[in-house]
Design a protein around this ligand. Structure first.
Ligand SMILES: N[C@@H](CCC(=O)N[C@@H](CS)C(=O)NCC(=O)O)C(=O)O
Length: 217
């Protein structure tokens, strides 16, 4: 199976963590924004990452890919079969992929991707507004909602944890990492998720990439 994407994308990171937790073999084919790679273009109609080619079956979108793989490889369960837990997991995935990734994306794209990867100016006012207006509300909600179990849903890792922890890395890349004094529950919970063997090596790889990009520009 081929996964197309870049390790700095929150959606790709969520998928990579998921694949690791499930023990599914894959090859990551690195592509950037607007990449002309024909395999990527064929698998992703809107040229967005991640995309997948599973022995000729092509699919784009991290959620679509994960739901496909969850049906194909049901164990260990990352999207619970219990109705209430499943609903909660989908809620958190939606939160992570939409408002949270959008907020961190405004900061990461305008401060790092546009100037350092695409060679154009980012909208720094939009990034500052996202940081001052949107981010505090989202973090306050998350801080309040994290259960004592150390996982967002139930007492074990689910897709919810991967989806919501992933955009935190993009925040960290642009100098807005979680302050453990202000958000002790987010810091403890995300520390546990992001240090898992399914996530940590990818994060280390992208940290080296970002450090290099920032240093050479
Ligand atoms: N809902 C999609 C979002 C994918 C997405 O927006 N990916 C971004 C990178 S983080 C992308 O490929 N952007 C390129 C573009 O918009 O042209 C998913 O979960 O996969």
């Amino acid at each position: 199976m081929i996964i197309y994407g870049s390790v700095v994308s929150p959606f790709v990171r969520k998928l990579l963590g998921y694949l690791g937790e499930k023990g599914i073999d894959f090859e990551l084919k690195g592509v950037g924004i607007g990449d002309p790679d024909p395999g990527f273009r064929a698998a992703s109609p809107l040229s967005k990452m991640p995309a997948m080619d599973d022995d000729g079956f092509m699919l784009a979108d991290s959620s679509a890919i994960i739901h496909y793989l969850e049906a194909k490889h049901p164990k260990p369960e990352m999207i619970p079969s219990d109705p209430q837990e499943r609903g909660q997991v989908i809620w958190w995935e939606e939160f992570g992929d939409t408002v949270f990734a959008a907020c961190s994306g405004k900061m990461f794209f305008n401060r790092i991707v546009a100037p350092k990867f695409l060679g154009r100016e980012g909208d720094l006012a939009a990034a500052a507004l996202a940081e001052s207006e949107e981010l505090p509300k989202l973090l306050a909600y998350l801080e309040d909602a994290i259960p004592a179990s150390g996982f967002l849903v139930g007492d074990r890792l689910t897709l919810a944890d991967l989806a919501v922890a992933s955009p935190l890395i993009n925040l960290r890349h642009c100098g807005a990492g979680i302050d453990p004094e202000a958000y002790p529950k987010i810091a403890a919970w995300s520390g546990g998720i992001l240090s898992r063997a399914s996530m940590a090596p990818w994060i280390a790889k992208e940290e080296r990439l970002i450090a290099k990009v920032l240093e050479t520009s």
